[in-house]
Design a protein around this ligand. Structure first.
Ligand SMILES: [Zn+2]
Length: 149
């Protein structure tokens, strides 16, 4: 297992990496952020990451409290993506082949996404809404406000 000191998610948790738009949510157990833009400065909008603050590698490693917190946050953020982005559907993926700190991908499927772009290929749809740092900041603020109400 990669030591927590070098772990990308732990670095996010410790505030050592600037998070575009900042935190959508954080409590004592979990946090949610938007995906970072790529090298071209663009990102698929409505692609969130939910992570336990503790360096827990997989779903199987969560405490009951962490699992409850992640489940609840997944549901609330799915509702927020449907309302704010008018998402047709919201995917939840756990892949974790590269970073051994659980990070759940919560991904909006935008209206009209063709069949071939469903599932893990959803972000490959060329017409999907994309944006840069400004759009992430706006969306993050709206998601944050949704959770606070
Ligand atoms: Zn970690």
């Amino acid at each position: 297992m990669k030591p927590a000191a070098a772990c990308f998610v732990c670095q996010k948790v410790r505030g050592e990496i600037a998070i575009p738009g900042g935190l959508i949510y954080r409590d004592e157990l979990v946090q949610a952020t938007h995906l970072f833009p790529n090298r071209q400065g663009l990102v698929y909008l409505g692609y969130l990451m939910i992570e336990p603050l503790r360096h827990a590698p997989e779903l199987a490693d969560l405490t009951v409290e962490e699992a409850q917190a992640i489940g609840l946050l997944m549901s609330r953020l799915s509702r927020a993506l449907k309302e704010i982005l008018k998402a047709e559907h919201v995917y939840a993926f756990v892949l974790g082949d590269d970073v051994p700190h659980l990070h759940l991908h919560l991904v909006a499927r935008h209206r009209g996404a063709p069949q071939q772009y469903r599932g893990v290929h959803v972000t490959e749809w060329p017409e999907a809404p994309r944006g840069g740092k400004a759009e992430i900041i706006t969306l993050t603020a709206r998601l944050h406000a949704f959770l606070a109400r």
